[in-house]
Design a protein around this ligand. Structure first.
Ligand code: ZN
Ligand code: ZN
Length: 289
């Protein structure tokens, strides 16, 4: 039997301190075959251009280290659904910047939390996010694809349900949106019981009907501090949360999802946390210690 497990791409979100290509080196040291990074500090609107040497260095290093796909996580400041026109405008400009930067370094995807209703009605906010995304889609063409991530169902979330993601996915024209990213912690907190076979089957069917399983281009593999339907966006170390090792294993090895790359966004409280969480995932996938 063909061993999909061995082919499975596994990585972690790594730091860009010291330059963007340092994230690739950090990923490689951890034995990763895929990576996620911020393209700049995610907490500020000011963004510095990526120097040409850094673009070239990133592209060649990534080839040498065989790290693929490369995912950029878009800035947390972006809120495509904001009722404030000024913030929406800044968000549109920032998302364009993220797409430009992805193309500059040859990243494959940009991952986006679509936004928060900020006290407004969720359906109205979703339509606002669709409008803002269409502005981005109309303003350019990029080699990188945008992935819409499911959220945990915190107050103001507009995309914690598959149907919500599907509405945004289908509402944006052009070639901007390539697919979706499914975060296990967010899905669980939003009420999808992905620990169980019937829960996995149900969510897979829902995604397949509403979006298409081939559009799932990334799994954010995180355990959850909060319980099922808690609505809490609180990531936990692999195996130490409410989903647990057996539940996460069942989900990542389930037929609909077993070829999708995995990126960990687990807590980094200690130096050794990434190595330990990656070891737990490899053991889950390959049976290694
Ligand atoms: Zn995530
Ligand atoms: Zn999260």
């Amino acid at each position: 039997m063909y061993n999909w497990g061995r082919m499975r791409r596994v990585g972690v979100h790594t730091s860009i301190a010291g330059g963007l290509s340092r994230s690739l080196e950090r990923a490689h040291v951890l034995g990763c075959t895929t990576v996620q990074l911020f393209s700049h500090s995610p907490r500020g609107w000011a963004v510095k251009a990526i120097p040409n040497e850094e673009r070239e260095r990133f592209a060649s290093l990534r080839r040498d280290l065989d790290i693929s796909p490369v995912y950029i996580h878009a800035s947390y400041l972006i809120n495509m659904a904001s009722p404030e026109a000024a913030l929406r405008k800044k968000s549109i400009a920032m998302l364009r910047e993220e797409m430009d930067r992805a193309d500059a370094i040859g990243a494959d995807y940009v991952v986006l939390h679509t936004g928060s209703a900020s006290g407004d009605d969720a359906a109205v906010s979703r339509r606002r996010a669709i409008g803002a995304l269409n502005e981005v889609a109309r303003s350019g063409r990029w080699a990188a694809g945008l992935l819409l991530e499911n959220t945990a169902g915190e107050r103001g979330d507009i995309s914690s349900r598959v149907a919500d993601l599907a509405e945004i996915f289908h509402g944006v024209g052009g070639t901007l949106v390539a697919g979706v990213c499914i975060d296990t912690c967010h899905a669980f907190s939003a009420g999808y019981d992905i620990r169980r076979d019937d829960g996995i089957r149900a969510v897979a069917e829902e995604i397949d009907h509403a979006i298409g399983l081939e559009r799932v281009r990334l799994i954010h593999l995180n355990d959850a501090k909060g319980d099922l339907r808690s609505g809490a966006d609180r990531h936990e170390h692999i195996g130490l949360g409410r989903i647990g090792t057996a539940g996460l294993r069942r989900f990542v090895l389930a037929a609909p999802f077993r070829r999708v790359p995995l990126i960990l966004e687990t807590p980094k409280e200690r130096e050794t946390d990434d190595a330990r969480n990656l070891r737990a995932v490899r053991k889950m996938l390959f049976g290694e210690q």
